[in-house]
Write a protein that binds this ligand. Sequence first.
Ligand code: ZN
Ligand code: ZN
Length: 247
Amino acid sequence: MIKASIYELFFPTRCAGCGVSSGRFLCPECNSVFPLINGPACLRCGKPTIYEVEDCLECRDRIRYLDRTAALAVYEEPMRAAIHKLKYGNGWRLARPLGAMAGVRLAPLLQSSKPVVTFVPMNKRKRRARGYDHAEKLAENIAMSLGLSSARLLLRIRATKAQAGLSHKARRQNVRGAFELVGEPLSGQDIILVDDILTTGYTLSECAGVLKKGGAGEVIACVLARDLISGGPALPSAGQNHPLRGQ
Ligand SMILES: [Zn+2]
Ligand SMILES: [Zn+2]
């Protein structure tokens, strides 16, 4: 305890959002505006919706292999700053509080008792340069918070361009065939697939496809942030049951 407070004196905990020395993971100001997704969301892609839907116009036909997505927050400040800190300059310590929070969001979506937690891996060169893989750190901490086991199940077998700035078609092609399964076939094992952000979902869906071809059962994505590329809440399709319809 004393050791911890001396450490805090010399290396004060800085707020993951604004960087002030607050002694907490988030200062009260950043905590009060943290863009958590607490309400209903699209079950497939995690986008906030007016009421819960199985899929939405943004993810239908695009995210083919993910069964569910748990997204902790919308990709806005201060979550945006927290993810940046997690990824760069030895910010892996943030994986613990962020992973615990994501675990809380994920828990209600879990249907099987013992899914294995894995992650979307970086390529080897990038990992060496950065010293750690932030998605791996997140996966370990999410697993720990829920009493599950974590494992590396995927390998990035070729470098890909950053998805940001690419067209939808280019994003899909960019990640196609970029991952392979590591180790034994999965024989029906349910999987939690962790990454920092879901934007179009092409990368996560590609990884989920590899896991399913390798024998995985249900694949649930767990991400820190859902980037709302087209803005506004997702609307359910005409074919979907509206809770007020038929009353
Ligand atoms: Zn702050
Ligand atoms: Zn959706």
